[in-house]
Design a protein around this ligand. Structure first.
Ligand code: NAX
Length: 328
């Protein structure tokens, strides 16, 4: 049997946690032959810790054959010990009267502490996915706070945007979502993201040619994908949770187990590709193999795409500048 992998999850008693943990323990993320140990972090608060215990009771009651252990933590230094995968889901939500700047700073504080803890105790090969918003900037802060870990181990979740884009394209073309290839999303996990289907194919046919409607791209597709999170809050009264958990599962699954040549989207520290400054945590088209991702190279960027990329890049650079003074 395989050695169990240690999976640390923060915000484990939250909404996304409640959809995520059961699927990890069920083998959806790391494979149906891969035992897992869950190391669950919540804030050091009686109610949160009690709620976490409740979730763990339910996980126990599923009797998952792949679950090789599980523990509750209030300190990232114990939660991240020897972690092979770390899903940083917990974050500070925007409270009443909170300015964007306050939100960035509150989260910068959390992700500085957690980055340092990963640096100190996690596996040297730990794969980190940041889900908690602002996801790209939080991932950037965690990466900068963990100088002894490779920067490439830190990623941000753009996969929900990617999956939302795929679902819209499937609906528009009437084709199965699984048949869509070479679709991806550039940039920040925010309404400025740029979902790019210029290269997408279904059964070898160009999606752009099939749709043949640039106005739909600009006026319907991009706003629908970009504002989907808001639409879900409006309809459900709560933010996306099961779909966010599903995207986190997809992201880590593909990173660890490979895409077999297919393209997907990951928020990763730029290596300078496509003019994105090095280190910026940016959504790129990638393929993955043997636990490593590679940016798809050589795509042309037309004027419209460059404009969209600049908007989402500038937003990220602004966020990054807003927290610069907090990084050592
Ligand atoms: P919830 O408020 O339901 O749960 C968050 C949990 O995190 C809470 O239980 C809280 O106690 C815990 N927490 C807060 N600070 C913590 C810390 N420092 N250490 C450990 N735990 C901590 O939020 P939920 O709906 O689960 O969403 C979690 C985060 O995901 C939010 O920041 C949300 O904005 C973000 N999202 C990101 C998405 C993405 O695509 N990247 C999409 C979905 C979601 O909006």
């Amino acid at each position: 049997a395989k050695t169990p992998m240690r999976v640390a999850v923060t915000g484990a008693a939250g909404q996304i946690g409640y959809s995520l943990l059961f699927r990890i323990a069920n083998g959806d993320m790391l494979g149906k032959d891969q035992p897992v140990i869950l190391q669950l972090l919540e804030i050091n608060d009686e109610r949160a810790q009690k709620a976490l215990k409740g979730v763990m009771m339910e996980i126990d009651d599923c009797a998952f054959p792949l679950l090789a252990g599980m523990s509750a933590h209030a300190d990232p230094l114990t939660a991240f010990k020897d972690a092979d995968v770390a899903l940083l889901v917990g974050a500070r939500p925007r409270g009443p009267g909170m300015e964007r700047k306050d939100l960035l700073e509150a989260n910068a504080q959390i992700f500085t502490v957690q980055g340092k803890a990963l640096d100190a105790v996690a596996s040297r090969n730990v794969k980190v996915l940041v889900v908690g918003n602002p996801a790209n900037t939080n991932a950037y802060i965690a990466m900068k706070s963990a100088p002894s870990l490779p920067a490439k181990n830190f990623t941000a979740m753009l996969r929900l945007d990617h999956n939302r884009a795929a679902s819209q394209i499937a609906a528009k073309t009437g084709k199965p979502v699984a048949s869509i290839e070479k679709l991806f999303v550039w940039g920040n996990h925010s309404p400025t993201m740029y979902a790019d289907y210029r290269y997408a194919e279904i059964d070898g046919q160009s999606v752009k040619t099939m749709i043949n409607d640039d106005a739909w791209n600009k006026d319907t597709f991009l706003p629908t994908v970009g504002k989907r999170g808001g639409a879900i809050i409006e309809a459900r009264g709560l933010s996306s949770a099961a779909s966010a958990a599903n995207a986190a599962i997809d992201h880590v699954h593909d990173w660890v187990l490979g895409t077999g040549g297919k393209w997907t989207t990951m928020g990763i520290p730029s290596d300078g590709s496509y003019g994105i400054p090095e280190g910026v945590m940016f959504g790129f088209p990638v393929t993955t193999e043997n636990g490593e991702y590679k940016i798809v190279q050589g795509l042309s960027v037309d004027a419209f795409s460059q404009e969209r990329i600049n908007i989402t890049l500038n937003e990220l650079l602004e966020e990054q500048n807003g927290v610069k003074h907090l990084l050592g």
